[in-house]
Design a protein around this ligand. Structure first.
Ligand code: NDP
Ligand code: GDR
Length: 379
């Protein structure tokens, strides 16, 4: 049978008079992917996502959106693929024929990028190129809009404070260097092929579903577990590091807005307020009425000390070969052109994360009481 004349692909079935917009999200199983999928579904989109094959289920963050594949006219559909596998990306883009592609997938951990620099470059730099090429190979330059998840890490060793769209970049990690390539290849394809392609230069954004090894979630999760006696100590690296922390839910709204404009442009997304890692620990502890006892380098004491305080210790293993000491964003362009501003305050963010991690720790406490192990991760 001549496959090329078969009209069976998802794309050809729905392209005729398509009533709803169709989005493809890479990294849909991640923090931002889950919030963006929720947002787009609430706007009536048909949402397609790319997930990687893993030996265990990796869809915890999106399980509430799952629709049984046997249901007709599903609005939420997952595809197996990988940013390091061009053939899978071309096949998915061809099948889905998306109006909008959000490239959120990445090896997104800065510290890990020093340990896996080549893989980080492959997925974070070449991954973006592979999607842009898929759009081009399939002749969809004028019909598919592209969003690239760029990052404040591009500013690295900061050249200007606060950082805005015009601030020069100075990446400080294999992750940031890979993202620098992705940033410029997005600009280049926009300028070379007239594609609607843009970069959101997002500063750190967190939530209760933030990965457990990023510092904010590591802190809220550990304090909750220490409070319930499930963990004895919190080990951190550079506590003087400063970040501009926002809420992921606010930031994905901006990702969508950026693809709805007349002209593609790059935008900084940030709150404009900065706190240190130490201040984050203090704010989280305040939320649950806990007193912190700061220990020096190396751990001389463990767990609650004699006065019932929580011990936070510095462990040099969390220091990075090159650190980004301070980041503070200026999102005035987003405010002026798109009417966007962060809604969630720092206190609200910390409070929500702390509340959700306490609930999770309480669940683990029940499990432990019934004689089962709960694991203590120090990552
Ligand atoms: P997460 O680490 O939570 O999610 C990353 C996603 O990418 C996961 O779905 C992961 O899959 C997927 N992924 C990783 N490698 C591959 C690959 N080779 N092929 C396909 N999928 C892959 O990141 P966030 O949601 O926090 O961030 C989203 C994007 O925004 C990332 O690109 C990140 O670098 C960038 N960014 C994030 C900021 C933040 O503060 N959160 C700030 C600025 C930029 P799996 O679930 O299987 O691991
Ligand atoms: P970041 O986030 O590197 O900014 O990248 P992370 O939360 O990992 O680190 C923030 C700062 O905290 C310091 N730190 C620690 N970090 C971790 N992970 N674990 C620790 O124990 C610890 N102690 C201190 C770090 O040194 C750093 O200075 C995040 C990611 O989401 C990227 O994908 C994204 O591009 C940027 O934010 C913007």
């Amino acid at each position: 049978m001549d496959g090329s004349r078969q009209d069976t692909s998802l794309a050809t079935r729905t392209r005729r008079g398509r009533a709803v917009k169709r989005a493809l999200i890479t990294g849909i199983t991640g923090q931002d992917g889950s919030y963006l999928a929720e947002l787009l579904l609430s706007k009536g989109y048909e949402v397609h996502g790319i997930k990687r094959r893993t030996s265990l289920f990796n869809t915890d963050r999106i399980d509430h959106l799952y629709v049984d594949p046997h249901v007709e006219d599903r609005k939420f559909i997952l595809h197996h693929g990988d940013l390091t596998d061009a053939t899978s990306l071309i096949r998915i883009v061809q099948q889905v024929q998306p109006d909008e592609i959000y490239n959120l997938a990445a090896q997104s951990h800065v510290a890990v990028s020093f340990e896996e620099p080549e893989y980080t470059a492959n997925s974070d730099a070449l991954g973006a190129l592979r999607i842009l090429e898929a759009i081009r190979i399939l002749g969809m330059e004028k019909t598919t809009r592209f969003y690239q998840a760029s990052t404040s890490e591009l500013y690295g060793l900061v050249q200007e404070t606060p950082q805005r769209e015009t601030t020069p970049f100075y990446p400080r990690s294999p992750y940031a260097v890979a993202k620098l390539y992705a940033y410029w290849i997005t600009v280049n394809y926009r300028e070379s092929y007239g594609m609607y392609a843009c970069n959101g230069i997002l500063f750190n954004h967190e939530s209760p579903v933030r990965g457990e090894t990023f510092v904010t979630r590591k802190i809220t999760r550990a304090l909750a577990r220490i409070k319930l006696g499930l963990q004895d100590c919190l080990y951190l690296g550079n506590m003087d590091s400063k970040r501009d922390w926002g809420h992921a839910k606010d930031y994905v709204e901006m990702q969508w807005l950026m693809l709805q404009q007349e002209q593609p442009e790059d935008f900084v997304i940030a709150t404009g307020i900065q706190y240190s890692v130490r201040e984050f620990v203090e704010a989280a502890a305040r939320e649950i009425g806990m007193t912190i006892r700061w220990s020096g380098t190396g751990v001389d004491e463990k767990g609650f000390d004699a006065r019932g305080n929580c011990v936070v210790a510095v462990d040099p293993r969390y220091f990075r070969p090159a650190e980004v000491e301070t980041l503070l964003g200026d999102a005035s362009k987003a405010k002026q052109k798109l009417g966007w501003a962060a809604k969630t305050t720092f206190e609200e963010l910390v409070s929500e994360m702390m509340r959700e991690d306490l609930k999770a720790a309480e669940r683990d406490e029940v499990v432990r009481k019934h004689g089962f192990n709960t694991f203590q991760h120090h990552e």
